[in-house]
Write a protein that binds this ligand. Sequence first.
Ligand code: ADP
Length: 162
Amino acid sequence: MIRAIYPGSFDPITKGHLDIIERSSKMFDEVIMAVVGNPSKNPLLPIEIRKQLIGEATKNLKGVSVDSFQGLTVTYAQQNNVHILIRGLRAISDFEAELGMAQTNKELLPELETIFLMSKAEYSFISSSTVKEILRLGGNISQFVPPSVNEYLKANFSRGTK
Ligand code: ADP
């Protein structure tokens, strides 16, 4: 039984994240999509809401569960018997930071293997930050996020608010 983790801020989950989790769910028995609570990031959405939105968007995916944690991914992996760490790569600009993280995690927990899935071309420009900026400026985000996320954000963040 191979258990993987896909950690991230997911503030909010986008179609790019959803594509990565869909593809991962076909490769591993279990994939935990884990919201990392990083206080320095000043998020738009509370962790519980991010988890709820991920749960709705992934409800039809076999073997996918949702969780959250604070602190190191390697600690979570060790405590939860996780073997594989999944990350998405959009462009070369993601590579440097991701390489550093993967190498650091390898030092900290050698038995945890990081694997990267390349973003589909049509999602490679999508980021949670861009979604938040479009939302803030009153634009349409429906092509960037799953329908349930679009509904939630439209209902809760009115046009043009900061
Ligand atoms: P973090 O703060 O950990 O970077 P994100 O929620 O921004 O969290 O991203 C989580 C993971 O998903 C990262 O590996 C990131 O590179 C990847 N990712 C983000 N957007 C996309 C996308 N559009 N396509 C593929 N992977 C993506």
